[in-house]
Design a protein around this ligand. Structure first.
Ligand SMILES: NC(=O)c1ccc[n+]([C@@H]2O[C@H](COP(=O)([O-])OP(=O)(O)OC[C@H]3O[C@@H](n4cnc5c(N)ncnc54)[C@H](OP(=O)(O)O)[C@@H]3O)[C@@H](O)[C@H]2O)c1
Length: 321
C-alpha cells in the first residue's frame, strides 16, 4: 500500500539461521510487498512443504496457523528466544509459501491435518478467509500436544461497550445472538479454552502502512463519527505479547492486548497530520449517530505476563518513524 510516507526508512527485519542457510532480508516501508524480500544464493521451492509424519518435532517448535503480518513477527521473535527451533506455518492458500520459506517458516496447507503434534501452537488467522473458522480452530487445538502452550489471537470486539466507557480483561462480552461477528469469535475462544489454551484479545493492530489510520488516509472522507474511541496496539507489540504469553505456558486464560492510550478517530488522524510523516491528506469523518467505542485497559495482562509495549502510544510510534 502506498501511503505517501515521506521518508523511506529501511529496517533489517529478519536475520536468522534456517535450513543451514543465512537469509538476510530487508524491507523498505515504501514497498512492503513480497518482492522486497531478497534471498541470495538460495534455491527456494514454491512447492508445498510436505507435512511428513516422520518429521521430528522439538520441544520448542512452533506451529503458526495464519502466518500473516502478526504470525511472521511472532516467528521472528520466537526464533530469537529459541535459536535452532523449527517454525511451521499453515496458510489458507499457497500464495505466500515462497516468502514464508525465504524467512525460515515451513509452509503447508495441511499441518493441522497431519498426524503431527506440536508443543507450541498459535492461531493468528483472521475469520474472513475461512468457510469453517471454528473447524479450523478445533483442528489447530487438537494438534497441540498439551506441553508448551496454545494461544488464539482473538479481538477486543466482543467487549459489550459502545458508550466510550472503560473495559478491562474481565468486562462483560456481547451476548450470543446479537452479532454474527462476535458470535464466531466467542465460539472460537470457547473451543480454545476448553482445550486448555489461552486467548489474547487484540485491539486494533497497526504499523506504518496498515491499520485504521492507513485505511482512513486512503479513503479521505469516512462516514463514521469522529468521537468514537478506539484502541490500538502496534504489530510488534502484539507479537512480543503473544510470545511472552506462549513462553509462560498459561492454561485457559484470557488476556488483552492494547497500548492503554485510547484515542478518538479524530485524535488519531490529527496525530497523523501533525506528525508530518504522511503526504496523503485526510479530509474528515462525517458520521453523527453510529455507535461510540470503548477505552481498554490491560493492566492485569501486563502484570501477569510481565510485559510492556515498545510503543507506549500511537503518538509515541509516530515520533519513531
Ligand atoms: N487487524 C486488526 O486490527 C486485528 C484486530 C484484532 C485482532 N486481530 C487478529 O490478529 C490476528 C493476526 O492478524 P494479521 O493482520 O496478522 O492477519 P493477516 O496478515 O491478514 O494474516 C493472514 C494469514 O492467515 C492465513 N489464513 C487465513 N485464514 C486461514 C485459515 N483459515 N487457516 C490457516 N491460515 C489462514 C493467510 O494465509 P494466506 O497466506 O494463504 O493468505 C495469511 O497467512 C488475526 O487472528 C486477527 O483476527 C486483528
Amino acid at each position: 500500500m502506498e501511503l505517501g510516507i515521506r521518508s523511506p526508512v529501511h529496517a533489517t527485519l529478519f536475520h536468522h539461521f534456517s535450513n543451514s542457510l543465512l537469509f538476510p532480508a530487508r524491507l523498505t516501508l515504501l514497498n512492503t510487498t513480497s518482492s522486497s524480500f531478497m534471498a541470495t544464493h538460495l534455491h527456494v521451492s514454491s512447492e508445498e512443504f510436505d507435512p511428513s509424519p516422520s518429521l521430528a518435532i522439538g520441544q520448542h517448535d512452533l506451529l503458526i496457523v495464519g502466518p500473516g503480518i502478526l504470525g511472521r513477527l511472532v516467528a521472528h521473535n520466537w526464533r530469537q528466544e529459541y535459536s535452532g527451533c523449527q517454525v511451521f506455518g499453515q496458510t489458507a492458500t499457497t500464495n505466500h509459501h515462497r516468502e514464508l520459506t525465504e524467512i525460515g517458516i515451513n509452509p503447508s496447507l495441511k499441518w493441522t491435518k497431519a498426524s503431527l503434534k506440536f508443543p507450541y501452537v498459535i492461531f493468528c488467522a483472521p475469520p474472513y478467509q475461512s468457510s469453517d473458522y471454528l473447524g479450523d480452530l478445533r483442528l489447530a487445538a487438537s494438534c497441540w500436544n498439551g506441553e508448551g502452550a496454545l494461544l488464539f489471537t482473538s479481538s477486543s470486539a466482543p467487549y459489550d461497550c459502545n458508550d466510550n466507557g472503560l473495559c478491562h480483561e474481565d468486562s462483560p462480552v456481547v451476548p450470543t445472538g446479537r452479532s454474527p461477528r462476535t458470535d464466531v469469535l466467542l465460539k472460537a475462544e470457547k473451543i480454545v479454552l476448553e482445550f486448555g489454551g489461552s486467548v489474547l484479545r487484540l485491539s486494533g493492530l497497526y504499523k506504518v502502512d496498515k491499520g485504521a489510520h492507513a485505511y482512513w488516509l486512503e479513503k479521505g472522507i469516512v462516514e463514521s463519527r469522529p468521537d468514537h474511541i478506539l484502541n490500538l496496539i502496534h504489530y510488534e507489540d502484539a507479537a512480543s505479547l503473544s510470545v511472552a504469553i506462549l513462553k509462560k505456558q498459561f492454561r485457559g486464560r484470557i488476556f488483552l492486548g492494547c497500548d492503554n492510550h485510547p484515542l478518538s478517530r479524530q485524535e488519531v488522524m490529527d496525530l497523523v497530520y501533525k506528525s508530518g510523516k504522511f503526504s496523503k491528506k485526510f479530509e474528515k469523518f462525517t458520521g453523527t449517530d453510529d455507535p461510540l467505542g470503548k477505552r481498554l485497559n490491560n493492566s492485569r495482562t501486563r502484570q501477569e505476563v510481565g510485559w510492556e509495549p515498545k510503543y507506549s502510544s500511537f503518538a509515541h510510534f509516530l515520533e519513531t518513524i
